[in-house]
Write a protein that binds this ligand. Structure first.
Ligand SMILES: [Zn+2]
Length: 287
């Protein structure tokens, strides 16, 4: 059926863009046939609708049965965004809807001063562990990337979260500073006056609460300096998001002590537990 319709469309197109005097006549014929096709399409759509209704009824019955047999309820949808990637691409992309300011679509981030580990590797490692932890806690988790060999722009990352209608969009980063002594962790969310939210409508209050809960739990777990919650409107991935969003800087890769700690399984587990506790705490607060 679809193939037939395609063929007919093709004939119609050929007729429209064809040359010579014949085209007009052929077009009329194609249009007549196309009209007939439309009737058929309508009939099919109607029957498909009926099928959908039937399927929905069946699914509902099944779901009810499953619920009574203790099917675990999903706690929420979390989109995890491992910061950066293994490639640099300076192709400009606006930092928010309607923004004049741009940022390159891909960058590698900072680098471990002692371990020499690039930030994009650390963020992916942590994010995959966080994915497993959140899945075990009953969340549906979607990753913006699962490989370092990709180029996913900040806008695309936010759109993944938007499409998933995420309850929380968590962006994992590690910080860098020219001063090697600087250490600690922070979160960042949009400000209440974010200039790009006219058409986006991210809930500032929720993003702020998410940033607060995640930071508090993280500090409780890793006992590093609490640098605070930063309200920023220059973070592209935050600006493009329609869902509650926080960007977490879990520690400084330019601080030798934190860099080495962040490379260990033990400390990574503490980071992951802290982040997951923060998400739990946020989800409980907004339920
Ligand atoms: Zn980063």
């Amino acid at each position: 059926m679809k193939r037939l319709l395609l063929c007919l469309n093709l004939i119609a197109l050929l007729a429209l863009f064809g040359c010579g005097d014949e085209s007009t006549t052929t077009t009329t014929a194609a249009v007549t046939e196309a009209t007939e096709q439309t009737t058929e399409v309508t009939t099919e759509v109607t029957s498909e609708t009926e099928e959908t209704t039937a399927a929905t009824t069946e699914e509902t019955t099944e779901a009810t049965t499953e619920a009574t047999t203790e099917e675990p309820k999903i706690k929420g949808v979390v989109v995890i965004d491992p910061g950066h990637q293994g490639h640099t691409d300076k192709t400009p992309e606006p930092i928010g809807p309607g923004a004049k300011k741009t940022i390159g679509i891909a960058g590698v981030g900072t680098c471990g001063v002692s371990t020499k580990t690039p930030e994009y590797e650390l963020t992916l490692e942590l994010s995959l562990k966080l994915r497993d932890e959140l899945t075990a806690r009953g969340y549906q988790v979607i990753m913006t990337r699962e490989s370092n060999d990709v180029k996913v722009s900040c806008k695309t990352r936010a759109e993944i979260a938007n499409d998933a209608n995420a309850d929380a969009f968590i962006r994992i980063h590690a910080n860098g500073s020219e001063n090697k002594k600087v250490k600690g962790c922070m979160t960042a969310c949009i400000s209440s006056k974010n200039p790009y939210q006219d058409e986006i409508h991210q809930d500032y209050e929720k993003s702020r609460l998410l940033s607060e809960k995640v930071l508090n739990s993280l500090v409780d777990s890793i006992h590093t300096k609490r640098e605070g919650i930063f309200e920023r409107d220059d973070l592209s991935g935050n600006n493009w998001a329609k869902v509650p969003t926080t960007l977490v800087e879990v520690g400084y890769m330019t601080n030798p002590e934190e860099d080495e700690l962040m490379a260990t399984d033990e400390y990574q587990k503490k980071i992951v537990d802290g982040l997951a506790n923060g998400i739990d705490s946020y989800i409980e607060a907004v339920e």
